[in-house]
Write a protein that binds this ligand. Structure first.
Ligand SMILES: NC(=O)c1ccc[n+]([C@@H]2O[C@H](COP(=O)([O-])OP(=O)(O)OC[C@H]3O[C@@H](n4cnc5c(N)ncnc54)[C@H](OP(=O)(O)O)[C@@H]3O)[C@@H](O)[C@H]2O)c1
Length: 331
C-alpha cells in the first residue's frame, strides 16, 4: 500500500514500459517517490487518449496520476533523456536496446554511447546523487577465471564472449563494455554510479507483452526447444520484484559502491525439468536433451552482506510468470 507520509524526491527510470522498468516504477511509486519515466515514441505516448493499451497499465498504477510523468526518449538520441532527468535525485538506467542483427558492433556502440550521455545528463542536472545502471550477469560469467565462483571481481572477457552464439555474444559485449564505461565515468567525474548484475529475471509481468527472459524460462512448458536451449548450462534466476527491491535498496543505501550481482536461485535445466513436472503435472513436458551441467556458481554474497534478503523462490517465480502468460493466452 502506498504510504502518504513517505513522500520522497523525484527519480527517473529509463525504459519504464519494460519488464524490469515497469516493476521498478510501480515499487518506487509505492515507496513515495515522484517518478519520471521514459518510453520510446512508438509506445503510444503521443496518442491523446490517456489509456492507450501500451501505456495504460503504467498510468493506472497506484499513485501514478499524482506522481508519475512519462517522457519520450530514445537511446539512439541520448540527449532526449535530459528532460526526464532534470531535477531528479536518482536515475535508474534500465532501458537497453537489444541487437537487431547478429553483429555486436551496433548494439554495444548504442549501449555505451547512450549510457555515457545519460550519465553526463545526470552530472549536468546537478541534482542527481546516484545513478544505478542495470547491467547483467553476462558482464561477469564469461570471465574464464579458474575459480568456478562468479563474483563482482569477475569481468567477462570479450574473446570468450565471442565463442557464444551471436545474440548472446552481442548482448554480453554490450553489457560488459557499457558497465565498465559507466563505472569509469563515475570515478572520473565524481558521480556515484552503482551497477546491478541480475541473472535471468523471472516472475509475473505487469505490461502487455511477455518479456524475453520469462518466455525463455517458460519455454520448456511450451515445448519450445529453440528457446530453452539457452538454459543448457547454469540456470541462475531472480524474481523481478526482488530486482526492483535491490535497485531501490542500492539507491537508498549510503554505503552502496561498485558492482552487485543479483541472483536468488542457482539451478540446472535438469533440475528445472524436475521442478516443473512436479509442480505442473497437467503439462506434458518433454525431458530436455541439451543439458551441459553447471559450469559455475554465481555468488550474491556482496549483496547479502549488506543485509538485503531475497523474498522469492523459483516456485513463486514460475507461478507468477505462468499466471501472467495465461492472461496473454500463451498457455
Ligand atoms: N530480463 C532479464 O533476464 C535481464 C537479466 C539481466 C539484465 N537485464 C537488464 O535489465 C534491463 C531491462 O530488461 P527487461 O528484461 O526489462 O527488458 P525489456 O522488457 O525488453 O525492457 C527494455 C526496455 O528498454 C527499452 N528500449 C529498447 N530500445 C530502446 C531505445 N532505442 N530507446 C529507448 N528505450 C529503449 C524498451 O522499450 P520498447 O518497449 O519500446 O522496446 C523497454 O522499455 C536491461 O538493461 C537488461 O539488459 C535483464
Amino acid at each position: 500500500m502506498e504510504n502518504k507520509n513517505m513522500e520522497k524526491g523525484k527519480v527517473c527510470v529509463t525504459g519504464g514500459n519494460g519488464f524490469v522498468g515497469s516493476w521498478l516504477v510501480m515499487r518506487l511509486l509505492q515507496h513515495g517517490y515522484y517518478v519520471n519515466t521514459t518510453v520510446r515514441s512508438n509506445t503510444g505516448l503521443t496518442n491523446t487518449h490517456t489509456h492507450t493499451p501500451e501505456l495504460g497499465f503504467l498510468r493506472d498504477l497506484p499513485g501514478a496520476s499524482e506522481r508519475l510523468r512519462i517522457f519520450e526518449a530514445d537511446l539512439n538520441h541520448p540527449d532526449s533523456f535530459r528532460a526526464a532527468i532534470a531535477g531528479c535525485i536518482g536515475v535508474f538506467l534500465v532501458a537497453h536496446q537489444m541487437p537487431t542483427d547478429t553483429t555486436t558492433t551496433n548494439s554495444d556502440e548504442t549501449s555505451t554511447t547512450s549510457t555515457l550521455a545519460i550519465l553526463l545528463a545526470c552530472l549536468d542536472a546537478k541534482t542527481v546523487k546516484r545513478a544505478i545502471y542495470t547491467s547483467s550477469a553476462a558482464a561477469a560469467i564469461f570471465s574464464g577465471n579458474s575459480s568456478t565462483t562468479i563474483d563482482e571481481g569477475s569481468w567477462s572477457d570479450l574473446d570468450l564472449i565471442h565463442k557464444s552464439p551471436p545474440p548472446v555474444a552481442a548482448y554480453a559485449t554490450a553489457k560488459t563494455l557499457t558497465e565498465k564505461a559507466a563505472l569509469e565515468f563515475g570515478e572520473k567525474h565524481g558521480l556515484e554510479v552503482v551497477t546491478l548484475l541480475p541473472t535471468y529475471i523471472h516472475g509475473p509481468f505487469i505490461g502487455p507483452r511477455c518479456p524475453a527472459s520469462v518466455y525463455t524460462l517458460v519455454s520448456m512448458l511450451l515445448g519450445n526447444a529453440d528457446s530453452y536451449k539457452y538454459l543448457a548450462g547454469s540456470v541462475d534466476v531472480v524474481h523481478v520484484d526482488d530486482v526492483a527491491s535491490v535497485q531501490i535498496f542500492l539507491f537508498e543505501s549510503g554505503d552502496a559502491k561498485g558492482r552487485y550481482i543479483c541472483s536468488a536461485v542457482g539451478s540446472t535445466i535438469d533440475e528445472l525439468y524436475q521442478l516443473l513436472c512436479r509442480r505442473y503435472p497437467h503439462y506434458q513436458i518433454a525431458p530436455p536433451d541439451c543439458s551441459m551441467g553447471r559450469p559455475y556458481e554465481i555468488s550474491s554474497q556482496k549483496l547479502l552482506e549488506t543485509g538485503f534478503k531475497y523474498k522469492y523462490g523459483l516456485e513463486e517465480m514460475y507461478d507468477g510468470a505462468i499466471e501472467s502468460c495465461k492472461k496473454l493466452g500463451l498457455f
